[in-house]
Design a protein around this ligand. Sequence first.
Ligand code: AMP
Length: 212
Amino acid sequence: MPLPPLTNPAQVPEQVKSICIFCGAGTGGDPIYVEHAKEVGAALAKNKYNLVYGGGSVGIMGAVAQAVLDEGGHVRGVVPDPLLRHGSKQIATTIDVVPDMHTRKKTMDAHSDAFVVFPGGFGTMEEMLEMVTWSQLNVHSKPIILVNTKGYFSLFVQWVQLMIDEKFVAAGNRDIFVVCDTADQVLEALKTYKAPETRYGLDWIKSDPIKM
Ligand code: AMP
């Protein structure tokens, strides 16, 4: 069945000011993951982007947040109450304590204009893919940028190509996300991103997709 026409052709997002990051609560096994995350985080802060993140001091998430703070940037941590009570330590200038993971993601989305994804595990992939799915459904048109440290996302890109080849994903929707190898490429992608026109033309203005 053909996709419905675009009713909200806003493929170019508002100017990006705040960036939500998704990344591992672990550091990975190679120091390059933390080093590269710090480098990209510092570049974001130097370019005056605010940070929105999951609030923890651990792993890649803590490394990026600390790098942004060290550059004098603003960091909003959004942490679920159970994680806080479990001992999660925050690196942030503003902290939102929310009741659960769903509220956290909704809050992170509400406070950000773009998503930058660093290497991580199940949590990172789940968060990234939900935002890719929301873009596919035209819930948002925000840039989604993958930081491909050490080629970490290259197998994911191959998997997406398989989804396209097997006709589970529209070919144009590959461009919902952009893969970057360097901090400069991330900065460039934040300025030039254009969401693909192959996305669904659904109109979410009067409804809350999360409740459906
Ligand atoms: P993963 O990619 O599986 O390491 O999951 C990363 C996600 O785990 C983060 O984005 C957070 O949602 C969550 N998380 C795990 N530990 C913590 C922590 N100590 N503080 C805050 N969030 C955490």
